[in-house]
Design a protein around this ligand. Structure first.
Ligand code: SF4
Ligand code: SF4
Length: 256
């Protein structure tokens, strides 16, 4: 099927990003467009949205802060031992890649089995890495979830301390957090506005399910909560975010 064409505002966002965070017009335009694509409930529409989330994030976030601000680099993977949540559309796109490397299914299922009943914030104490961490690097780096792409730290000591149970917070940079937060908000609003489950799922569990049964994607589009067992409960749309999210969903849904 042919997908709707992106409006100029979205084309510009994909080409140049929004390093200071999207303004209101950009936020509404991108949410509306992603909503239209997700409403097609097709792998093509789905993957187009998720690819754009990654492209806009890459172009927006690369230039937010001077090079060297963040300590993150290839081969640094303490953060891959924490809980990782992602939205189902991201999992669908990653699963399409993983089907090309069938051996990974057992690794994902193995991690998923070990964390049954473990709360997200208890996960670091297990020292159990994500099954997609291979030889010290993310094996799906170009397709990694937005939560992994966006998670950055200015000091690796924060990450190590947190991993071993220390009290430190992972320090980031405010302007970066604001730009990243607007991209995440647009994605969350688009999934909500499309009438899909706007929930975060544990990465190993949902991917193992999808590798076992590719038909789950169509059932999820049809409104069946097939991934409920891996809902991590971390999609909190109450409090400060609630009003902004509901305004954005309204603006992205109303007729032009
Ligand atoms: S978030 Fe922390 S552990 Fe992860 S790459 Fe950055 S510095 Fe390393
Ligand atoms: S998907 Fe990649 S970046 Fe994210 S936790 Fe797993 S190995 Fe690390």
């Amino acid at each position: 099927m042919s997908l709707p064409k992106p409006p100029i505002t979205v084309q510009e966002l994909v080409a140049r990003g929004a390093p200071q965070g999207m303004d209101e017009a950009q936020l509404v335009a991108v949410t509306r467009y992603w909503r239209q694509l997700l409403e097609t409930r097709t792998p093509e529409g789905n993957d187009h949205v998720v690819g754009m989330v990654g492209n806009i994030a890459q172009r927006s976030l690369a230039n937010v802060v001077p090079p060297g601000t963040f300590a993150c680099k290839r081969g640094c993977f303490h953060c891959c031992h924490w809980h990782v949540g992602l939205f189902a559309p991201e999992a669908f796109r990653i699963a399409r890649q993983l089907r090309k490397t069938p051996k990974v299914r057992d690794a994902l299922a193995g991690v998923a089995a070990q964390i049954v009943g473990v709360k997200p914030f208890d996960r670091p104490a297990m020292r159990l890495p994500c099954a997609l961490l291979v030889k010290g690097a993310c094996s799906i780096h170009p397709f990694r979830p937005h939560s992994c792409r966006a998670f950055m730290s200015i000091d690796v000591a924060d990450c190590i301390d947190s991993l071993i149970g220390g009290p430190r917070q992972i320090r980031s940079v405010e302007v970066y957090d604001r730009a990243e937060g607007r991209i995440g908000l647009a994605f969350l609003a688009a999934v909500t506005a499309a009438g899909l489950f706007a929930r975060s799922y544990e990465i190993n569990g949902i991917l193992a399910m999808l590798l076992d049964d590719p038909g789950l994607e169509a059932r999820w589009y049809a409104g069946e909560d097939v991934f409920a067992a891996h809902d991590d409960g971390l999609t909190d749309t109450r409090g400060a975010i609630a009003e902004t999210l509901s305004d954005l969903v309204f603006l992205a849904t109303r007729p032009l």
